[in-house]
Design a binder for this molecule. Structure first.
Ligand SMILES: [Zn+2]
Length: 330
């Protein structure tokens, strides 16, 4: 098994940070949880995409949307998905079937999965993705090789935290999964070993070609997550404590010289009154205004400290192909 080691330093560009949103749809949460209703492919894209685009347009922020191929394959989502590309955001590949057990796929099935998503995402948005994030933070050397062979610039599937097994236990506790379903999801949200992976973006050593890995940021040393779903969850107890934790995590990244890469989800932009269900997901009992207020405050802080770039821009800075000063400064 190939060991992943950082090769590219990130010194001198500590004011760079990237931003992405995994466009997980209603059905993908049900699927991960083992709820048969997912096969109806319930969707909230028509609600959340216009809301999110308006939110980012107001803040002059450009980010990367990781789109699921199954959604791109349906004509009914094309307007929403194309609007993301038209607004100038980057489009990434988030697999076709959104199966968090992607790491169990054989090499040919993996190739088909990534290629199928690519085809449908390109058809829906007009953009061929060059960045990938695996569902459930599953990554293996064969995923990375497949991406490099297909001309991808970066992967963003690693989540170097020790909390993965805890998050998985929580998910299992709140699901109706039987033994088989749990076994398939045995590495959901990562293993304890994932907690040892690098925190900084780096070049993946590959026999041929090259690929940048951009990990989802966690707080250095303690390696606790600080993406917005966690901040919102903390804010259900205390808004001040949630935001203080976020600021502390960014401060720790600055001290450790880690360029953060912050992750968002559609549920960060959906409130109780949207009435989509998914009550099992933390923070879904909050009103929309409260959620947007927290996301806004956190992103304001993010923009105050950093030049916020898309994932592709971040990868190009790591590769030295894009001068740091040319990154979007907001
Ligand atoms: Zn996802």
């Amino acid at each position: 098994m190939t060991t992943l080691r950082p090769r590219a330093g990130s010194r001198g560009s500590d004011h760079i940070a990237s931003l992405s949103l995994d466009l997980d749809n209603h059905w993908s949460y049900l699927k991960t949880r083992g709820d048969a209703h997912w096969e109806m492919l319930p969707s909230y894209l028509h609600i959340v995409v216009p809301r999110v685009l308006e939110f980012f347009a107001k803040r002059a922020l450009k980010l990367t949307f990781f789109v699921v191929g199954q959604d791109a394959a349906l004509e009914q989502h094309h307007d929403a998905l194309r609007a993301i590309a038209t607004a100038g955001h980057e489009i990434g590949n988030h697999s076709f079937h959104h199966e968090p057990w992607l790491h169990r796929y054989e090499a040919d099935a993996l190739e088909r999965e990534i290629a199928l998503a690519e085809t449908h995402i390109e058809r829906a948005t007009g953009v061929r993705p060059v960045g990938f994030r695996g569902p459930g933070f599953s990554v293996t050397p064969s995923v990375l090789l497949t991406l490099a062979n297909r001309g991808y610039v970066y992967d963003a599937s690693t989540f170097p935290t020790f909390i993965g097994p805890l998050a998985r236990a929580y998910y299992f506790m709140r699901s109706n999964l039987g033994r088989e379903g749990r076994e398939t999801r045995s590495a959901l949200f990562g293993t304890v070993k994932d907690g040892m992976r690098p925190l900084r973006p780096y070049l993946v050593p590959l026999p041929e070609g090259r690929l940048v890995e951009i990990p989802v940021s966690v707080m250095p040393l303690v390696r606790l997550p600080f993406h917005l779903s966690y901040i919102i969850y903390l804010a259900t107890f205390s808004r001040g404590a949630g935001l203080a934790y976020f600021r502390a995590a960014l401060g720790a990244c600055q001290t450790a010289g880690v360029q953060p890469s912050l992750l968002l989800h559609p549920l960060d932009f959906l409130g109780k009154e949207d009435d989509i269900g998914l009550e099992f997901f933390p923070g879904m009992n909050l009103a929309l205004a409260s959620k947007l207020d927290i996301v806004d405050a956190a992103l304001h802080e993010y923009q105050r400290r950093y030049s916020v770039v898309t994932m592709l821009e971040h990868a190009r800075i790591v590769l030295g192909e894009m001068p740091v000063q040319a990154a979007t400064v907001v």
